[in-house]
Design a protein around this ligand. Sequence first.
Ligand code: ZN
Length: 163
Amino acid sequence: MKATKGIVVTLQYTLSSTDGEVLETSVGDEPLEYLHGFGEIVPGLEKVIEGADVGFKTKATIPAAEAYGERDDDEVFDVPRGELPEDIEEGEEIYADSDEEDEEGIPFTVVKVTDESVTLDGNHPFAGKDLVFDIEVIGLRQASAEELEHGHAHAEGEEEDCD
Ligand code: ZN
């Protein structure tokens, strides 16, 4: 079996900046399980893993455009101070209510707080960054019909109520 569309891939990964700072890692935690070919992971990483076997190991630098995208200055904007909680702090991540009931809130980073306004940034924290992925494919399995229908992997053996 190889990592192709419709295969659930189990992965150990460490994500670093190009200057070597570790940003995220699955090592010492649960490995990542995702459904290949459905955009569950960033496009550049999906390309690297395409066709891989169990045991495939690599370290790849993914440019920002193929990772979390370029930064968009239009995603940085001010809202009146009174519209947000009193205790909000710079550097904090807050979630705006989504219109869709079943959707998680949209994350924003609080960039600046003044008496009059709060500056929010809706860019992904890794947007505009080239990222280094150190990965190892540790498992491959055929996705279930339900996973294919949902377009994402489910934790093995668990009933998922997510459609
Ligand atoms: Zn699901």
